[in-house]
Ligand binder design. Structure first.
Ligand code: F6P
Length: 548
């Protein structure tokens, strides 16, 4: 498969960009009364309005041609067929199997993996029900009150985000905590006030070799054993989620307290697997299945909808339009729902660890931009922090606005104000305000013409800033499942077009390796190696400061 920039649709898009770069969306809306229905799409419970983007029918046709030429449909089918599309690690990428429909088969090397998936879900169900009903108890027979998930990256961000988002569905006795950072402050502050006798630790690590998680798990085990004075307590307070049975056993967790998953589940795609145990404990197994069901519905839409009416495909293509033709380096994610405040962080790993790549699957260095920097914040906080730059700064920032029509909290006056802001911001970003409009508004406020002219440019907004709006009735497990799967598939489609491997993460390795070399040098257990002058200077200065 060729590089994206070698495809004929790419060249046509480059030419089309010259026609579009100065076209203002104000004019596109003025010219076309049907622009809203023309550029909206429904997938299950999710409704996407992408009419506030810098595109016409011709743009969409060319973008869809790009997807077709890049083989998006064939690559999608290869993913669902269990092909080893993670070529550098020679692995299948089959997270959709984790949320399969009843009777549906997903094959890896000719074997249907859904039997294993269902078996593990049943094992989880037994455990989840026992903990929730207070029958699974700690060493002294007390029911669990606090669940502490020890994991990082994909073994943390997904479950953490989902547990926060679905808090209204949470069990009244259970509190769920997430410790990821190796900085001892994270674990210490989490354990403050927890009773070891009612605390359950989940050690979540696909590889079970991740330093941060193992160090946190060892300290948590020490905290527990120090309390009881008996190592036998560990079996009553620790479970593990992993693909590495041997390492789990070595840590001291018995196999019956381990929930397994498989190498064809990527870390950042794993919340649907045993890695979601904290979610299932918190919201119950039935609702965990609802989450899976929502994702499954999005999978079906992604597989069946034509490219031009396919929500993840459209979002992916718009992202490529801005990243590669308009030169936008970032993508803002702006949920107008406090319970989704961790979504931008979750999407940072999903998107940036997947598509932060510079080499194609064929081993060629790309000369176009790939994955954007993803960032964002829950509305309306962002409005009082960084929106200024989006409105009047010099960077083009495409935005995804996300909002439920109804909240769970029942204070509808708050929600109406939130929604008014959700509607106002994209409108302001799109419409902007011309110099003439600014000047006449200032004069209407009573300013002298000269002063109004001086201020007009400061009060001018270029507008024409693109945004998507995603809405749904209420944030439920089903809706959230669909929302997450939507972004998973968006990221996949972009990777397919850029012709990169979205499923490895080799860029994280170098820093990890160097940290392991430096640790014994820092502690004095090994002599200083040959580092650059800056690293050596900092290391020795830190050693002096620690000794003083
Ligand atoms: O950050 C690198 C990474 O390998 C992620 O891809 C993964 O989600 C995270 O570390 C944690 O890995 P594990 O689940 O194996 O502990």
């Amino acid at each position: 498969m060729a590089k994206a920039s070698a495809l004929s649709a790419w060249h046509q898009l480059s030419a089309h960009f010259e026609d579009m770069r100065h076209v203002h969306m104000r004019h596109l809306f003025a010219e076309d009364p049907d622009r809203f229905p023309r550029f909206t799409v429904q997938a299950g419970d999710l409704f996407l309005d992408y009419s506030k983007n810098r595109l016409t029918e011709s743009t969409r046709n060319l973008l869809v041609s790009l997807a077709r030429e890049a083989g998006v449909r064939e690559k999608r089918d290869a993913l669902f067929a269990g092909s080893r599309i993670n070529v550098t690690e020679d692995r299948a990428v089959l997270h959709p199997a984790l949320r399969h429909a009843p009777g549906e088969a997903y094959l890896v090397d000719g074997e249907d993996v859904t039997r294993d998936v269902d078996g593990e879900l049943e094992k989880m169900a037994v455990f989840v029900d026992a903990v929730r009903q207070g029958q699974w108890t700690g060493y002294t027979g007390k029911p669990v009150h606090n669940v502490v998930n020890l994991g990082i990256g994909g073994s943390d961000l997904g479950p953490r985000m989902v547990c926060q988002a679905l808090r209204p569905y949470g069990h009244e006795r259970l509190k769920v905590h997430f410790v990821s950072n190796v900085d001892g402050t994270h674990l210490q502050t989490t354990l403050e006030g927890l009773d070891p006798e009612t605390t359950l630790f989940i050690v979540a690590s696909k590889s079970f070799t991740t330093q941060e998680t193992l160090v946190n798990a060892a300290s948590a085990r020490r905290w527990l054993v120090d309390h009881y004075g008996d190592h036998a307590a560990v079996a009553h307070h620790f479970v593990a989620l992993s693909t590495n049975t041997e390492a789990v056993r070595e840590f001291g967790i018995a196999t019956q307290n381990m929930f397994a998953f498989w190498d064809w589940v990527g870390g950042r795609y794993s919340l649907w697997s045993a890695i979601g145990l904290s979610i299932a404990l918190f919201i119950g197994m039935e609702r965990f299945h609802d989450l899976l069901h929502g994702a499954q519905r999005m999978d079906r839409h992604f597989r069946q909808a034509p490219l031009a009416g396919n929500m993840p495909v459209i979002m992916a293509l718009l992202g490529i339009w801005y990243t590669d033709f308009f030169g936008a380096g970032t993508q803002a994610v702006l949920p107008y729902d406090q319970s989704l405040s961790l979504l931008p962080r979750y999407l940072q790993q999903l998107d940036m660890e997947s598509n932060g790549k510079r080499v194609t699957v064929d081993g060629e260095v790309v000369e176009y931009s790939t994955g954007p920097i993803v960032w964002g914040e829950a509305g309306t906080d962002g409005q009082h922090a960084f929106y200024q730059l989006i409105h009047q700064g010099t960077h083009l920032v495409p935005c995804d606005f996300i909002a439920p029509a109804r909240s769970h909290h029942g204070w509808d006056d708050h929600h109406q104000i939130l929604l008014a802001n959700f509607l106002a911001q994209p409108e302001a970003l799109m419409v902007g305000r011309t110099v003439a409009e600014a000047q006449s508004q200032l004069e209407a406020q009573g300013l002298a013409a000269e002063r109004a002219a001086e201020l007009a440019l400061h009060k001018t907004f270029p507008g024409n800033i693109p945004s998507n709006a995603l809405i749904f009735e209420q944030l439920t497990p089903v809706t959230l499942g669909a929302l997450i799967a939507l972004y998973e598939h968006k990221v996949f489609v972009q990777g397919a077009i850029w012709n990169i491997n979205s499923f490895d993460q080799m860029g994280v390795e170098l820093g990890k390796q160097l940290a392991k070399t430096i640790l014994p040098e820092l502690t004095g257990a090994a002599p200083l190696q040959d580092h650059d002058a800056s690293t050596t200077g900092l290391l020795t200065r830190l050693q002096r400061l620690r000794a003083s």
